[in-house]
Design a protein around this ligand. Structure first.
Ligand SMILES: Cc1cc2nc3c(=O)[nH]c(=O)nc-3n(C[C@H](O)[C@H](O)[C@H](O)COP(=O)(O)OP(=O)(O)OC[C@H]3O[C@@H](n4cnc5c(N)ncnc54)[C@H](O)[C@@H]3O)c2cc1C
Length: 381
């Protein structure tokens, strides 16, 4: 009997649960460690903020999936991994040892540039601690958004700043502007939404046509784009040119950073802390460890961290875990050259981006809505 520990119920791990449900492995004793019974789906967060979805529409219940897979669900947070000893330690103090480890715990919001850590503790600065809301963990963001919205609507003036110009930052800004305008009515002129990001950081990796469409959309929605890097100071949000920028709340959509406990694990990691894996998603240093999703980096083709790749790597991760346990051949995950991104624009309208091609309209929103709901449905037992 081999002990398999799955860490994180992320996008790729869902495929592992489904594979174990299809072919119950009598030779494997599996446990899933994850902090919550819910796996939140980032693709639907903008639609939740915009008011198109309830929170319950945007998450997958891991309990029935684990049950169907014959996997024990242990609610907890991994805080330490000693890869050489094959030992995982959880926040509650308990430990798990394993023969085979599958890592899909995602990533954290990269707060280092926005709110530089003080003595290693991010957000130790009181202004940042009170005003900066990181987009991840998603469960936390889903819980806090209604409070943020209520505070904005109750105030006579409210400045919401989204720091980060990637697809996530842009979608959050458009969704927030739509939600606040819809809830406040046209009479509330005191709410302002801004996106702060250097020009080169606006939708990096997307074609010029997509950037032009998004820029128009931001302008039409009354969102101010400030083409500067921003960081939090003791007295507020400061721009790269030294000016203080008015901000009642700062949403950090500043990209992903590696989870510190994985950086310290003894697994081969890149300089910035991502677990190094090959095209089979097996650790380069510890063959009994597999990783997929945001937490890892591929050395062959480097590709962007995204839910799309996490989902597509899932079936390969699932196959390889069982194959490794049985001494069978591993499979490769070959990412497609281009991935389709559907960028929600606040109202039921979206922009499609695929390589150099782009399109927009209500029909793109309906397409995105169909894909996203289908993803959630396909993981409902
Ligand atoms: C607003 C927003 C919109 C996005 N939209 C898109 C999109 O449209 N398309 C796209 O491709 N990408 C999108 N992304 C990126 C996408 O969210 C990530 O790339 C994707 O979630 C990565 O999946 P994952 O499986 O690696 O991790 P996650 O989906 O983050 O899952 C990680 C899981 O591990 C659990 N976990 C975390 N820490 C621990 C721990 N210490 N111990 C145990 N369990 C743990 C978490 O609770 C969670 O269940 C978006 C991101 C944001 C912020």
């Amino acid at each position: 009997m081999k002990k398999l520990v799955l860490v994180g119920g992320g996008h790729a791990q869902l495929a592992v649960l489904q594979a174990l449900a299809r072919q119950r492995a009598a030779d494997i004793d599996a446990v899933l460690v994850t902090p919550s019974p819910w796996q939140y789906y980032s693709g639907m967060l903008p639609g939740f903020i915009a008011g198109h979805y309830a929170e319950a529409d945007c998450r997958i219940d891991l309990r029935p999936l684990a049950k169907a897979a014959g996997v024990r669900l242990q609610l907890g947070q991994a805080v330490e991994l000693a890869a050489d000893e094959r030992q995982l330690r959880l926040a509650e103090g308990s430990g798990l040892d394993y023969d085979l480890l599958s890592l899909d715990p995602g990533s954290a919001t990269d707060l280092d540039t926005l709110a530089p850590p003080v003595a290693g503790a991010p957000l130790a600065d009181p202004w940042a601690a009170e005003h900066v809301l990181a987009v991840k963990p998603l469960a936390h963001f889903f819980a806090l958004w209604p409070q943020l919205q209520a505070r904005a609507l109750a105030a006579s003036t409210y400045q919401l700043c989204i720091v980060g110009g990637g697809a996530a930052g842009v979608e959050l800004a458009l969704a927030a502007a739509h939600a606040l305008k819809a809830a406040a009515g046209t009479g509330h002129a005191g709410i302002r939404v801004s996106v702060l990001a250097p020009a080169a950081a606006l939708l990096p990796g997307h074609a010029q046509g997509v950037r032009a469409r998004v820029t128009r959309r931001l302008a039409d929605s009354g969102i101010l784009v400030v083409p500067q890097r921003a960081h939090s100071g003791t007295d507020g949000l400061r721009l790269a040119d030294g000016r203080l920028y008015p901000a009642d709340c700062v949403i950090a959509a500043t990209g992903a950073r590696a989870l510190p406990w994985l950086e310290r694990s003894g697994l081969a990691c890149s300089d910035d802390g991502w677990i190094e894996v090959g095209d089979t998603h097996q650790s380069l240093s510890h063959p009994e460890v597999f990783a997929a999703g945001d937490c890892c980096t591929r050395l062959d083709p480097r590709f962007a961290r995204s839910g799309v790749h996490a989902v597509h790597a899932g079936p390969v991760l699932a196959h390889n875990l069982l194959a490794h346990a049985r001494g069978e051949a591993l499979r490769h995950y070959t990412p497609r050259r281009h991935s389709l991104y559907l960028i929600a624009c606040g109202p039921r309208w979206a922009i499609a981006s695929w390589g150099r091609w782009s399109a927009q309209g209500r029909w793109v929103w309906r397409w995105k809505d169909w894909i996203d709901r289908r993803f959630i449905r396909s993981h409902s037992v």
